[in-house]
Design a protein around this ligand. Structure first.
Ligand code: UDP
Ligand code: MG
Length: 326
């Protein structure tokens, strides 16, 4: 059997500081795997420029001229990490047997790729890269990130604990994944739904080699919320349960009110009325907001706008993919 063709899919947004450092690491890893006979020499490092405003795309095209193992595509504008990864995976899937998506900042240990490729050769279609510890993250990032996974799971969005977007996917898994047409992307929650044999590979997460994070707390909360509302209707169900509870309590409240009225003990109950009105008002606004979030998602899905638009490709990526993989 010929060794598989691997495409490393690497999203980059304003990464001119870190790319010159990490691009060489990716290439070395690729060549090491080729030398070991694990992957084919037709394998590529595929950068996805996510509409960067700095020199990222210039660096990528420069790299592809230096070494044909480097290839790149650029998005027409910044669309966010998830869409960039998807664009790369979809571009790569007809050209390769396996993809590994990884961030470009060197935080994910590239040495885990050996074990990922081995797991693929052993018959797995999806291999999750899982962080074994978060010692290099700040305590704040660690607590918020771990809380993120726990909260997501509790809300019914099943995600692999401590797995971000460092994963291997086979062309077969990607072909099925391409049928997931949703525009609200939360890849780490969607990929497990594809099924097939999967496993996890553990690695230590490092510090960013240069540049700064694009995921401050605000974006993490947004991502968690997106993840939950894209994958699960549990919040709506919880609201329904809460509604039932409130209705039940209200029913008791009505009986209590009637009893006090009939026994002539009714006093000007301004406080209790006001409390109930405020409480119900607040709860209703909150719940309408959650339901509105789902309605908004439906709105976006119905419009079915393209999930990515590619503006430029390096030379080899311009050529039609070899169709033999279908
Ligand atoms: N990224 C992207 N588009 C964006 C934001 C980030 O393609 O709008 C890329 C970024 O270049 C990096 C990866 O997504 O390769 C993860 O981003 P970052 O390292 O900033 O996040 P963190 O690791 O701090 O969660
Ligand atoms: Mg990072």
């Amino acid at each position: 059997m010929l060794p598989p063709v691997l495409y490393m899919v690497i999203p980059c947004y304003n990464e001119q500081e870190v790319l010159p450092v990490t691009s060489g690491m990716f290439l070395n890893k690729l060549q090491e795997l080729v030398k070991k006979g694990r992957i084919s020499d037709d394998s590529r490092v595929l950068f996805v420029d996510d509409g960067s405003r700095d020199d990222t795309w210039k660096i990528i095209t420069g790299l592809s001229r230096q070494d044909p193992h480097f290839q790149g595509i650029s998005q027409s504008r910044n669309r966010g990490h998830q869409n960039a990864v998807l664009a790369g995976l979809m571009e790569a899937r007809d050209r390769c047997d396996i993809t590994i998506s990884i961030d470009c900042d060197g935080q994910d240990d590239i040495n885990a790729m050996d074990a990922m490729v081995d797991a693929y050769l052993d018959g797995c279609d999806i291999v999750y890269g899982v962080r074994s510890s978060r010692e290099t993250d700040t305590a704040f990032k660690r607590i918020t990130a771990e809380g993120f996974y726990k909260f997501m799971n509790r809300m019914g969005a099943e995600v692999v604990f401590n797995h971000a977007d460092y994963r291997l996917m086979s062309a077969r898994a990607l072909k099925e994944f391409a049928r997931f047409k949703e525009v609200n992307l939360f890849l780490r929650g969607m990929v497990p739904l594809v099924g097939f044999k999967s496993t996890s590979v553990y690695y230590e997460r490092h510090e960013r080699l240069a540049g700064k994070s694009h995921y401050p707390l605000k974006k993490m909360i947004a991502l968690a919320f997106d993840g939950i509302t894209s994958l699960s209707v549990k919040p709506i169900r919880l609201i329904t349960m809460f509604g039932l509870l409130i209705s039940f309590l209200s029913f008791i409240g009505i009986i209590w009110a009637l009893v006090t009225a009939f026994t002539g003990k009714a006093v000007a109950g301004w406080a209790s009325t006001a409390c109930i009105v405020c409480f119900i008002g607040g709860i209703q606004c909150l719940f309408l907001g959650v339901i509105g979030e789902y309605v908004g998602k439906i709105y976006l899905e119905v419009k079915a706008r393209p999930r990515y638009i590619i503006a430029g490709r390096t030379e080899e990526m311009e050529k039609a993919p070899d169709q033999k993989k279908d």
